[in-house]
Design a protein around this ligand. Structure first.
Ligand SMILES: [Zn+2]
Length: 434
């Protein structure tokens, strides 16, 4: 990973920044670990990414966690923040976001891609990023700009320069689709319609476009291994295994990994065969393919919140009695994935729904049968291991980046308290305290 993701400083205009001293010292220091006054956080309990501990304190120095455990003595000149009744957790990660999209019930996806300027979309994204950080999500993997080119790379650069406040942002650039399979579609043959991702066919074009997207600033490569191009709009596989391999091998040569959109079993199987690192959605993945994911160490980002939100937009009231069939099926495939022991990623597809509501994915994991602790592990230690930043994120342990949040209450017994954010610390800086 590049250094720009490690150091993101708050912008002056962020109303809720309370600790001006930290802000000024960080800005003066520029892109390096700022010399900060040590922080000692004293919550009621700590979730360290794996398990809960009571009576722990957490010490932060120069952007890193330097100690976590019982009976910690504050270092000299430490700022002590008492957090009574609160739980301290690693800053949350969402590994499937689209900060350049906003909810489809506000503006359909086609209209966002075809009618909104990149400038408008980028200004919206800046607000989305701020809302995301305020919701306790300190890192995002953004999986495709959906027609906004490399605006995501520009946003990541603006974050690194302190122009914006927001989560650490790993980006995929425009993403890669098979020719003729993506959207917007349904126009006259006389109209050349810009697409929501870059189209390629064949191994040569696949390699060339992967290289272009990496050159353009992609941290991850996003590929659509299937899409809704069946005779009746059903999801069907798009690329051959050879084409997918060309993308994965090219990305791997550069030290990058590939995230594959796959709702169908065959699309997922080909993507796994080709060597991708994460499967996005995975709605209809068979038990055999789930076993293959376990064998290859491929993680599943189930995006439960996307299907849920779209069903709500289509008029479903949210009650179990009339839950749409596709959500019932999603519930079952999520249960099968957990039973198979697949690495569970927290990836929500936020952008389909409101930025800052990222916790909806964890709430649905619990509603669909995971324990709160399993959902929290996915959004912290597991996601941190998947993105493998340096220094690491996703745990409260010495040497990890000091991205931590405090919530009111105990998310181990009630996942809903993730909505009660009281403190956000990013890279050792207090970004929000209320
Ligand atoms: Zn998505």
């Amino acid at each position: 990973m590049r250094l720009r993701h490690s150091f993101q400083w708050a912008g002056q205009t962020w109303r809720r920044v309370l600790n001006l001293a930290f802000l000024l010292s960080a800005m003066a220091a520029g892109p390096a670990l700022a010399q900060q006054r040590p922080l000692l956080l004293q919550p009621e309990r700590v979730f360290d990414g794996e398990a809960f501990h009571t009576g722990w304190a957490v010490q932060i120095e120069n952007g890193l966690i330097t100690a976590a455990g019982p009976a910690l003595q504050p270092p000299p000149q430490a700022q002590i923040i008492a957090l009574p009744g609160m739980t301290l957790l690693p800053g949350l990660l969402d590994l499937h976001s689209h900060v350049l999209l906003h909810p489809y019930n506000e503006t359909p996806w086609n209209d966002q891609v075809l009618r909104e300027s990149v400038a408008e979309r980028s200004v919206r994204a800046a607000r989305h990023l701020q809302a995301t950080l305020e919701a306790g999500f300190t890192s995002l993997r953004d999986l495709g700009s959906e027609g906004a080119g490399y605006a995501d790379v520009g946003l990541a650069q603006a974050l690194a320069k302190g122009v914006l406040a927001g989560p650490r942002l790993l980006v995929a650039g425009p993403a890669i689709v098979a020719t003729g399979t993506y959207g917007p579609k349904g126009f006259s043959e006389n109209v050349a319609v810009p697409q929501g991702a870059v189209e390629v066919s064949g191994e040569t074009e696949a390699r060339a476009e992967t290289r272009r997207q990496i050159a353009g600033g992609a941290d991850w490569v996003k590929v659509y291994a299937d899409y809704r191009w069946g005779p009746n709009g059903q999801a069907r596989p798009t690329f051959s295994v050879e084409e997918l391999k060309a993308i994965v091998d090219t990305a791997a040569a550069s030290g990058r990994r590939v995230a594959a959109h796959a709702a169908t079993d065959e699309g997922a199987r080909r993507a796994i065969e080709a060597g991708v690192s994460t499967i996005e959605h995975g709605d209809d993945v068979s038990d055999a393919t789930l076993r293959l994911m376990v064998q290859r160490g491929v993680a599943l980002c189930p995006t439960l919140a996307a299907g849920y939100s779209i069903a709500r937009y289509q008029g479903w009231g949210g009650s179990a009695q009339d839950e749409p069939a596709r959500l019932k099926a999603k519930r079952q495939s999520f249960a099968r994935a957990r039973k198979a022991g697949v690495i569970l990623c927290n990836g929500s597809d936020v952008g389909v729904f409101r930025h800052g509501d990222n916790a909806l994915e964890l709430e649905l994991m619990v509603a669909y049968g995971a324990t709160p602790t399993q959902a929290l592990r996915a959004a912290t230690a597991t996601n941190g291991a998947i993105v493998s930043l340096e220094p690491s994120v996703g745990r409260i342990a010495p040497g990890y980046l000091a991205d931590v949040i405090a919530v009111k209450g105990d998310p181990g017994s009630d996942i809903q308290v993730l909505r009660q954010i009281r403190l956000v610390v990013q890279g050792g800086e207090v970004k929000l305290q209320r």
